[in-house]
Ligand binder design. Sequence first.
Ligand code: HQG
Length: 180
Amino acid sequence: KPEQDFTKVSKFLSYVLRHKPEAINLTLDDKGWASVADIIEKAKPQITLTPALIRQVVIDNEKKRFSLSYDNQYIRANQGHSIKVDLQLIPEKPPAVLYHGTATRFLDSIKREGLKPGKRHHVHLSSDIETATAVGKRYGKPSIIEIPASAMHQQGFKFFLSKNKVWLTEYVPANFLTVI
Ligand code: HQG
């Protein structure tokens, strides 16, 4: 089925572009871009890619996880990295509230320590509860945390909106968190 192929390719691209390019001996530039031709070559024989398949995955991906350069020669992930890359994110004014979905079993620790980015660059926040619920479900029974983003922004906390509309911030101290 093509959808299954797309999922497999998306997972492969997420892995090498966000977390472990060295797994296939790929190099990213400092802004996270990799050559499409290079990926195709180095993905072999694990996975067979073509420029057309990569373009389809970039376009169809439900979360718009990847971007291609204008000439289609380079690709990068829009967010979610654990390796150091400079996405050149520009701070933006967030909406009044944002939501973070997590597993219920993490709540005690989160209430104590605040929301931390873990292995990634940022804490990931959503503008709607449905998306946050889907994110939280990945690790178990979901819980939703509401964050007063405007108020934090007024106090000097920076927020960024990734190209695929995920809100990002470095850290959310515990006093800003309300479990809803
Ligand atoms: C939790 C997916 C204990 C945090 C999604 C989360 C998202 C704490 C987990 C994107 C904590 C990290 C990111 C603390 C935070 N104590 N646990 N103090 N602070 N946590 O996967 O936000 O499909 O790195 O709540 O849709 O779940 O990959 O982050 O549960 O947008 O494109 O630590 O990944 O997108 O987990 O998900 P993650 P996330 P993709």
